[in-house]
Structures are given as structure tokens and as C-alpha cells.
Design a protein around this ligand. Structure first.
Ligand SMILES: [Zn+2]
Length: 253
């Protein structure tokens, strides 16, 4: 298969399990992207959507939920994200859209000062995490939301621990690019698979793509975005904006 980001011929480096099937794991020798070969296994988007919609994998209740919440706060994961964004953005009076918002810990911090929309395909999440909150929650897939909704008024779009789950991140980011205003910023976080330990962890998760700094920057470039700020540790944190149109386009318009 060809690399979806840079179109280079990929090579198989192993097998990995996804949706209870052993799939070929491919690596791009050019941009370093490692991804599952969904096409040759005829895995449809419908199957992937159903998996994420129904999975109990991310659903925790009662004691487990409370423990996880306490643990997140202890690690300061969400405050760290806020601090990273605060360097370049004032997180106040913004229209914020989080695609793949999960349990919504970050949005719940942001909802006090901003208008927040959350989108997640997991059917359990509204009742568990969003009922009674100020967050406008949509139980849809990311592709479903992006195709059907206007993104023109969004100031900040959050894709945290999300791109590695998408079957076609090039198509999704390209669509976000065409539907948003020029002032939009994207906050992106992916596991840093340039780190061997994180790569091993990522392979055990239901991830379709495994990104390094190289491959995520290539993905942004290919879909018309550029990073304006980046932090790399166990994860890659990026604040992203649209690339200016090239000179030829400017002359024509
Ligand atoms: Zn590539």
C-alpha cells in the first residue's frame, strides 16, 4: 500500500490486532508513519464506527471513574494542555469544538469561559459524562460531524488523542481545512511513537496510525496546516493554524 500522507510505497513490519483481526502493520520509509493496512483486509468505515460506538473500552463507572478523574488531576494532564495553549491563546470567549471529546475533562475546564461543543461516537458518553453540563454534546463520529456541520464559527478545534484512531486522517483534516475560517486554530495531541516505550503502548491500543514528529508534521503540511507551537515528550502537543495561501493563489483571487 502507498503511504496516505506522502504517497511513498510502504513496507510491512509486522502484524497487529484491531477489531479482533490480525492486520498488516505498514511503515512508510519516507515520513515514518506506521499504520494498519485496512484496505487489503477490507475493513470498512462502518465496522470501525461500530467498534468505537459500542466499545466499553473507554467506559468506566463509579469507583473506577472517580479514581481515573483523581489520577488525571494528579498528573495535571488537562492543566498541562491548558498551560501549553495559554502560551499562544487566550482561552476566553472562544467557540471551542472538541472532536473525540471522550470523558470531557478538558472541555469541562474550558466551559466556564467559552462556548463548548463536544463530539464523540461512543453511545454511552452523554449519559455518563455530559448530562447537565453546559457542553453542547453530539453523539456522532468525527467524520459524520465534520461532513454535516458548519465549522466556520469555531475559533479552536481540539483533536486530542484522536488522529491515531481515524481511518483516513488526511481526508478528515482536509475537510476541516475547507470548512473552517482562516482564523481557526487546531490543538492536536498524539502519542509520541518516536519514543520506543510509547510505540509499544500505542501498538496495544486500538490505534490505526502511530505518529512521530516527522509524520504528524507531514500530515499537517499535506492538509494545508502548519504548526505554530510544538512540545514533545511522551506525547506530541501541537498548536496549528492554516498555511497562508501561496503567492499564485493570492494573485488569482
Ligand atoms: Zn509517508
Amino acid at each position: 500500500m502507498k503511504c496516505p500522507i506522502c504517497n511513498t510505497e510502504t513496507k510491512q513490519i509486522g502484524l497487529n490486532t484491531f477489531i479482533n483481526k490480525k492486520l498488516k502493520l505498514m511503515e512508510c520509509p519516507n515520513c515514518e508513519l506506521i499504520m494498519l493496512d485496512l484496505d487489503s483486509h477490507k475493513i470498512s468505515q462502518v465496522e470501525i464506527d461500530l467498534f468505537y460506538r459500542n466499545t466499553k473500552y473507554y467506559v468506566e463507572k463509579g469507583l473506577f471513574l472517580n479514581l481515573r478523574k483523581a489520577f488525571s488531576r494528579l498528573r495535571g494532564q488537562y492543566y498541562k494542555a491548558g498551560a501549553f495553549l495559554d502560551q499562544s491563546l487566550t482561552l476566553r470567549d472562544l467557540n471551542i469544538l472538541e472532536l473525540g471529546c471522550g470523558r470531557g475533562e478538558f472541555l469541562k475546564e474550558l466551559q466556564r469561559d467559552n462556548f463548548c461543543i463536544g463530539v464523540d461516537s461512543n453511545k454511552h458518553y452523554y449519559d455518563l459524562y455530559y448530562k447537565g453540563s453546559l457542553i453542547d454534546f453530539y453523539n456522532l463520529t468525527i467524520e459524520g460531524y465534520v461532513s454535516r456541520h458548519d465549522l466556520l464559527y469555531d475559533d479552536l478545534i481540539i483533536l486530542a488523542d484522536v488522529l491515531e484512531h481515524l481511518s483516513n486522517p488526511v481526508e478528515t483534516l482536509s475537510k476541516i481545512h475547507t470548512k473552517t475560517s482562516n482564523r481557526v486554530k487546531l490543538y492536536i495531541k498524539v502519542p509520541n511513537c518516536g519514543d520506543g516505550v510509547i510505540m509499544q503502548k500505542s501498538l496495544k491500543e486500538p490505534h490505526i496510525s502511530h505518529f512521530t514528529t516527522n509524520s504528524i508534521l507531514e500530515l499537517l503540511d499535506k492538509t494545508g496546516f502548519k504548526a505554530i507551537s510544538m512540545q514533545v515528550n511522551i506525547a506530541i502537543f501541537l498548536l496549528v493554524e492554516k498555511k497562508p495561501k501561496d503567492l499564485n493563489t493570492l494573485l488569482i483571487t
